[in-house]
Design a protein around this ligand. Structure first.
Ligand code: SAT
Ligand code: MN
Length: 581
């Protein structure tokens, strides 16, 4: 028994006072018991055993359906180490305010101890964490999303090199809800929420916020990125990592089905949300997916938009806050089938097809094991990771950003990533559809000062001459009536084809003030309902839009004061100069 771990668990148990403490080993009998108890206490409903075998339904508290950025804190000693884009609490104040909330919080409940690995067992890039929780929903999700139990304790051994995460549902009141990160102690405290990103502590809290600090200190990258392998008709596979904000289609891109016109192309999923990247001996960046499953947005997922996700979630999955039909099947808006007559909504009320209430919450989710994905990459558990050729940044923008462009070089690419803006989605509480800066899609997930984070990206580029090429994509341009200009989904592979060709030094490009944009006929649109005029609009770089954009980026950069790397300042100046500003 690891003494450090035992002492921490004992201390947490003494303070939170659960009825019993259960150390999880990851076995089938164990999870069967957790589900059986969860069925009894109402945490879960069993779904249709014929059409959705071993699937469970969960309805959360209606006030607990998304990440809460205003209640998420970085507890570094100094405020400037959290930076202007994070909420900060001094560690002493955090303890004073939040530790008392844990006192007796687990009375009448079971405390589960979940040892888990982020990343494939045995990989040098993987890391161990231990989450303590009083939520059976969290246990069931962590069993899908991580490699947990015995395998993790074995990997840990006597080491103290693990992340401690203490989670309690508390009383689920938003007034007593806190998600706290202590980067120097590699510790997380979360109370008052059972929702994914707030409660599955291996995911955003560890694999991004805490890991980003470790990555800075140790010279690697922990990023909010999907990873895909793209195989061309010649059978060559190249890997791409892509950072988009939550609910902007990372899962869809990760599981893309090539359009009929692109015969012989295949797309292989390595991960859909998080990438940990380290240099290999050859100087290239290698990425692993630290997760073991997908925690995907349900609404909009259909046989048409994402057939692979659709097949992935047919067994051993959890559905949270979707509609539940009388046949105990899940249903959500954009599922591609009409709403069944008899259904209860995510709030548990009878569904009214003419009413205003949706069947599924916009941020409702499925949790599914990655190895059930029909296009899972044969390399997805390779302990070395996969070599990355291209990094894509992107966001959801109705105007301004063309379909795709390539940065001039690494440092310009870091600037492009740092300057990403995106319209907000339902994955976090707050207004939806407002443009906010979301650098590298890490705004809610960077565990330290974002200015230092950009400098870390610049520093990484000095360590190798084999860095990935950096691109920016935007699938979401709209015309003046709000209609999407680009069909998206599988057709996005046409854009990736250009990206791959650029990496191979094959495709031509137009040099513009923002970077290299495809020539008018650079993207193959054969068989697509996108005419020449639309294509030029999609690739347009409008100086008026960009003046506003660069002004806004400048204002955002200004918030970082002297933490803004000189390189970012100079990149912005050069970008302005290229527009004659
Ligand atoms: O944070 S979650 O994992 O719940 C989802 C997201 O926002 O990407
Ligand atoms: Mn995410």
């Amino acid at each position: 028994m690891n003494q450090d771990l035992k002492q921490w668990v004992d201390a947490c148990a003494a303070h939170t006072q659960p009825d019993r403490v259960v150390w999880l080993d990851g076995s089938q009998e164990e999870i069967d018991r957790v589900y059986a108890e969860g069925l009894e206490d109402g945490t879960f409903l069993r779904m249709n055993e014929e059409t959705y075998p071993d699937c469970y339904y969960h309805r959360s508290d209606p006030n607990d359906v998304a990440r809460v950025e205003h209640l998420t804190f970085i507890c570094s000693e100094k405020e400037e180490d959290a930076g202007p884009t994070n909420h900060w609490k001094h560690p002493d104040k955090a303890r004073e305010e939040v530790w008392p909330l844990f006192e007796g919080a687990m009375k009448g409940r079971t405390m589960y101890v979940i040892p888990y690995i982020m990343g494939p067992a045995g990989s040098a890039i993987s890391k161990v964490g231990v989450e303590i929780t009083d939520s059976r929903y969290v246990v069931a999700n962590m069993r899908i999303m991580t490699r947990m139990g015995k395998v993790a304790l074995e990997q840990l051994g006597d080491s103290t090199d693990y992340c401690k995460g203490l989670h309690s549902l508390g009383d689920l009141s938003p007034d007593r809800r806190f998600i706290l990160h202590f980067p120097s102690r590699r510790e997380i405290w979360s109370i008052g929420s059972g929702y994914g990103g707030n409660a599955l502590l291996g995911k955003k809290c560890y694999a991004l916020r805490i890991a980003s600090v470790m990555a800075r200190d140790q010279g690697w990258l922990a990023e909010h990125m999907l990873i895909v392998g793209i195989e061309n008709p010649q059978g060559e596979t190249r890997y791409v990592a892509a950072a988009f904000p939550s609910a902007c289609g990372k899962t869809n891109l990760a599981m893309l089905v090539p359009p009929a016109s692109m015969k012989g192309w295949r797309v292989w999923t390595v991960g859909d949300d998080i990438a940990w990247m380290k240099f290999g001996d050859d100087g290239r960046l290698y990425a692993i997916n630290p997760e073991n499953g997908f925690f995907g947005v349900a609404p909009g997922t259909s046989e048409k938009t994402n057939p692979n996700a659709f097949k992935t979630v047919r067994e051993n999955s959890i559905f949270t806050n979707v509609g539940l039909t009388d046949d105990r099947e899940p249903w959500w808006e954009g599922m591609g089938t009409s709403a069944p007559e008899k259904m209860t909504t995510w709030k548990g009320a009878p569904y009214d097809p003419n009413g205003a209430e949706r069947a599924a919450h916009p941020n409702s989710r499925f949790t599914a094991p990655a190895d059930q994905c029909p296009c899972i990459s044969p390399e997805w558990e390779n302990p070395q990771g996969v070599p990355i050729d291209a990094i894509l940044f992107g966001g959801r923008r109705a105007r301004t950003n063309p379909l795709v462009f390539q940065s001039f070089d690494w440092n310009h690419g870091v600037f492009v990533g740092a300057a990403v803006g995106s319209e907000t989605t339902a994955a976090a509480t707050g207004a939806v559809g407002v443009v906010r800066r979301d650098p590298m899609a890490m705004l809610p997930f960077c565990g330290y000062n974002m200015g230092d984070y950009w400098q870390h990206w610049v520093d990484m580029g000095t360590r190798s001459d084999k860095m990935p090429k950096i691109f920016h994509v935007n699938w979401f341009q709209q015309d003046d009536r709000g209609k999407y200009l680009w069909p998206g989904f599988g057709e996005n592979l046409r854009v990736l084809q250009w990206v791959m060709n650029r990496c191979a030094g094959k495709a031509e490009a137009e040099e513009t003030p923002i970077g290299y944009v495809p020539k008018a006929d650079g993207i193959d649109t054969s068989g697509l309902d996108v005419d020449g005029a639309t294509m030029s609009r999609l690739l347009e770089v409008d100086p008026g839009d960009w003046k506003k954009e660069l002004d806004d980026q400048g204002e955002f950069f200004g918030r970082f004061g002297d933490k803004l790397p000189a390189e970012m300042k100079s990149q912005l100046e050069k970008a302005r100069a290229r527009f004659g500003l």
